[in-house]
Design a protein around this ligand. Structure first.
Ligand SMILES: Cc1cc2nc3c(=O)[nH]c(=O)nc-3n(C[C@H](O)[C@H](O)[C@H](O)COP(=O)(O)OP(=O)(O)OC[C@H]3O[C@@H](n4cnc5c(N)ncnc54)[C@H](O)[C@@H]3O)c2cc1C
Length: 512
């Protein structure tokens, strides 16, 4: 659909395309949300604006050795499309293929505009529409679209910048420094001495993989992370797939894994000391006798205060056992010409240093949001059902779980979006807006002690102390709330075009 706008001076403006729904991002979430729209609210026009040249987001961007999921594909896969490969902990290229195949199979790719990086979004109360401005990354040209609903599937971190802990003397190092987010395709590490800084999922993936070819790999960590080893293939899943129809087998295994994860998480929160002991016992059994588990594998926090690191088929422990990898726990003093000096005086020689020190988190891709040209700061809003922002009309976002697979929540969000859109039709209204209530206490958006979460709390919205502002991080509760509970909850308002409350944040409404 095309609209030809005329500027106040009378000159003609480039045509602006209009879509019922505009998605930002063609990663796992964007492709999934487009599928749900097609199924749950068919007949609506939609476009996906994608800043890059390809589908897949995270799974296309990250190319470091061994890149893989750290949760199982029966829950990281879509609810509507069985994961049919043998490995439950899958490598990055397989996941990328799965997202691409989904985009092709359901005719989603033809709705994607690649190289369109969204920069601005302005809500027009008069038209009950978003005006979205994107920059074409190939030509620099600015293009505009309008849409009735804007759904953000832009992920949670910056694609171009990473977290930099600011190590002293980095520039004096004569070897190669790489960040996993920008892995050089031609990096040859065969027979080289490597130090990987970090102890999160990325470091735990890279270390055993590089250890296969490098002279030696040191994982240098400031403090340890809980690690748990599981087989990369799920025997039950592979058996069920042989004897049951693929969709049924997938559904059963998905629920098995959801429930196991929920029980384990609950147990960790209720009986942290017991769970800690069990995790450390398991680790001890996988390491050489006498290994110093206390120093290198015993975190300062309780299990699930931060994300657990999954070790498929004990590969990390095997690399340590073989002597091709080792762990050093200590604080960095500075880089030297030939390696890294620790605060305790120890020096680690390196040809290559991998800084697996973390992502730079970002909310809604740092897009400049305005309502009737008035800037709105999303970090000052309350998150509504973990998918909308208080006092922001017709705007939703996809944000996965911290304690389970991302896609579980992304799927529910896509389905709930359809329920909202259908409810607008049914009630003859055009605007859905969660109205912030008085007396709801603000709570941090994420309850995780990890550095990358703590560093980002200021830029994230807050959650509320009660329903529907509270984030449960619990698939079963969310399923009930997003799939079955009424969308009319007394908090979200469905309004006709031009309703003044839709443009007014709570502070102004209270003052009026
Ligand atoms: C290395 C790594 C491993 C992970 N492993 C797991 C795992 O095992 N399990 C799990 O649950 N989670 C995992 N995650 C989290 C992971 O990001 C999510 O699982 C999932 O891939 C997120 O999908 P998404 O589509 O929401 O975001 P992304 O994959 O980040 O995709 C966002 C897309 O939006 C585009 N975009 C962003 N901003 C704009 C803009 N302004 N305009 C246009 N386009 C834009 C990007 O180019 C990108 O294509 C992992 C993350 C990383 C980094």
């Amino acid at each position: 659909m095309l609209q030809n706008g005329i500027t106040p001076s009378g000159g003609s403006r480039p045509a602006i395309e209009h879509f019922d729904v505009l998605f930002v991002g063609a990663g796992l979430s964007g492709v999934g949300a487009a599928y749900h729209l097609r199924q749950g609210s068919p007949g609506r026009s939609y476009v996906i604006l994608e800043g890059r040249e390809s589908v897949g987001g995270t799974w296309d961007l990250f190319r470091y050795p061994g890149i893989r999921s750290d949760s199982d594909m029966y829950t990281l896969g879509y609810s509507f499309r069985p994961w049919e490969e043998a490995k439950a902990i899958a490598d990055g290229p397989s996941i990328l293929r799965y997202v691409n195949d989904t985009a092709d199979r359901y005719g989603i790719r033809q709705h994607i505009r690649f190289r369109h990086h969204v920069k601005k979004a302005d809500w027009s109360s008069a038209d009950a529409r978003w005006i979205v401005e994107a920059e074409r990354t190939d030509s620099g040209e600015r293009v505009r679209f309008t849409c009735d609903w804007l759904h953000m599937c832009s992920g949670y971190y910056n694609y171009h910048e990473v977290y930099d802990p600011g190590f002293a003397g980095k520039e004096s190092f004569r070897g190669t420094i790489v960040h996993p987010q920008f892995w050089p395709e031609d990096l040859d590490y065969k027979g080289r001495k490597v130090v990987v800084i970090g102890s999160g999922a990325t470091a735990v993936t890279i270390v055993p993989e590089m250890a296969k070819d490098a002279a030696h790999v040191v994982m240098l960590q400031r403090s340890p992370t809980y690690m748990v080893s599981r087989p990369s293939e799920d025997g039950i899943a592979n058996f069920l797939r042989r004897v049951l129809p693929s969709k049924l087998a997938y559904g059963i295994v998905r629920w098995k894994n959801v429930l196991l994860q929920m029980v384990f998480f609950k147990l960790a929160r209720k009986r942290p000391a017991k769970v800690k002991e069990k995790l450390l016992d398991e680790v001890r059994k996988l390491l050489p006798p006498g290994y110093d588990v206390g120093t290198h594998f015993t975190p300062r926090y309780n299990p699930w205060d931060q994300r657990l690191c999954l070790v498929p088929d004990a590969d990390m422990f095997q690399a340590i056992g073989k002597g091709s990898a080792s762990i050093v726990t200590g604080e960095i003093d500075s880089f030297t010409e030939t390696g890294i000096r620790l605060k305790n005086g120890e020096v680690l020689d390196a040809d290559i240093v991998v800084t697996a020190t973390g992502l730079k988190l970002q909310l809604a891709s740092d897009i400049a949001f305005t309502v009737d040209c008035e800037p709105r700061d999303l970090s000052r809003t309350l998150s509504y059902r973990g998918m909308m922002f208080s006092d922001m009309p017709n705007l939703s976002y996809s944000f996965g779980y911290t304690n389970a697979s991302w896609t579980l929540k992304a799927d529910l969000t896509g389905q709930y979006l359809c329920r909202l859109l259908n409810h607008l039709d049914k009630t003859g209204t055009e605007i859905a807006i969660p109205m912030r209530e008085a007396g709801v206490e603000e709570v941090p958006f994420l309850d995780f002690s990890s550095g990358y979460v703590q560093r980002a709390l200021d830029i994230l919205p807050k959650q509320g102390s009660k329903k529907p502002w509270k984030l449960y991080q619990n698939y079963a509760l969310d399923m009930f709330s997003l799939k079955f509970a009424s969308v009319e909850d007394g908090v979200i308002r469905f309004l006709p075009r031009g309703a003044p409350a839709a443009a007014q944040p709570a502070r102004e409404r209270e003052a009026a």
